[in-house]
Design a protein around this ligand. Sequence first.
Ligand code: KG4
Ligand code: ZN
Length: 337
Amino acid sequence: MNKNMITILAIESSCDETSAAICSDGKILSNIIVNQTIHEKYGGVVPELASRAHLQNIVPVVDEALSTINYDLSTVDAFAFTQSPGLIGSLLVGAQFAKSMALAMDKPLIAVHHLQAHVLANLIPDKKPGFPFLCLTVSGGHTQIILCEDYLKMKIIGETLDDAAGEAFDKSAKILGLPYPGGPLIDKYAQGGDGNKFKFPEPQIDGLNFSFSGLKTAFLYFIQNEKLKNKNFAEENLEDICASIQQRIVSILLNKLKKAAAKTGIKNVCIAGGVSANKGLRRSFENLGKEMNWNTFIPPFEYCTDNAAMIAITAYYKYLAADFSELSVSPSARAEW
Ligand code: KG4
Ligand code: ZN
């Protein structure tokens, strides 16, 4: 290892994934993610169980992030963590751990905003977008169109007024009786289905903002009505239903992204966040990019859903900008950029 390299150890613990990553000079060397399966039977993340599971996972996860690349703590130049937004009990575990290591090793601490990190996950692969670029960030809690002018200079130019795209996936899955998180299951069943079979409404929202709550209600009533006629409707038509709801969510997202690109004149366009793992969204986004002559960027799967690699890459740029935090910094469930 080159001693002049800047090595960051980052922790992500904002929701139900415990993750640790090591990055040297902007290159990800390890990224360990442990998913918490305990929430499946509750149909959603139980905050108290999530923070307890983080407490159990954090030491082995950090240990593995270091040991898989034969690094030890003394090689680390700064410790980073997700400061916000997220579940407060979960954030606290990562924050306290990173602070303790920074204090013990006498190294700087870097606080990272989870949503900025999702955007900058696009800077992990060798093929990176130039500035300025647009990023559609679609996760379980957020749906945003970001105008990214520089590494740490971003503004939100469109966002959801109610549910996030990930919630639209998860709630539709729940209506179909699928376990949490249902987004990946809708993706799976959609692959064998016909997306034009059932029609769901596209909300008419001005500007670059989104709304998904009307779609959720329309979907609920549609399934309830069809079940009155045939109680096995959902099971018998699962693939076509999943393909159709997925197609509508994707078209809502991409129509707004198209509008944002036209309005800003920006041709470097990215997607990010858990929902960007969706195969239908990835395929339609690539096709739209070809049609519109965009340069398109999508993070590899492991950097779409929550992961510490994206925290590490963001912390690396913060390190270069000497943007460090005091040990007194607190995590926050909600926070501005
Ligand atoms: O970014 P993320 O891991 O966590 C948050 O910051 O919220 O996103 C989680 C969301 C969940 O709603 C999950 O269902 C959705 O991303 N998701 C997917 C897929 N993989 C994850 N939605 C649709 N298709 C997928 N393949
Ligand atoms: Zn996330």
